[in-house]
Design a protein around this ligand. Sequence first.
Ligand code: NI
Length: 136
Amino acid sequence: MITRFSTALEPDLLAAFDRFIKRHGYRNRSEAVRDLIRKNLVDEEWRSARGSVVGVISLVYAHRQHSLQDRLTDLQHTAHDLIISTTHIHLDRANCLEVIMVRGPAVRVKALADSLITLRGVRHGGLTIAAGRASK
Ligand code: NI
């Protein structure tokens, strides 16, 4: 069953939302709203979970960036108990891709991912949670 509700938005925000819908290939606003709500609810659930998650942190960075490699390694050693495995791929002459498989309390995994992704010189970074188990 589907329930309809109406929402009030400023014209600018609605225009931006319509561009978002177009970019992401949603068929209509309802579909996009449903997807965004679901994503946010799932996200909130695992972020607040005290239980364990399994995930992958991916980082793309230029390996010549001053001291970046050392900082990445330091942070990973500080959280060594969360890290299952790390794979380093030399993408091209300048860039590296590092894929870090992690398992542990959601809040710590998130904190580790944030600290790595926000390092200066990291061009792209992301955390994908593959599985979560909330223990409430
Ligand atoms: Ni490399």
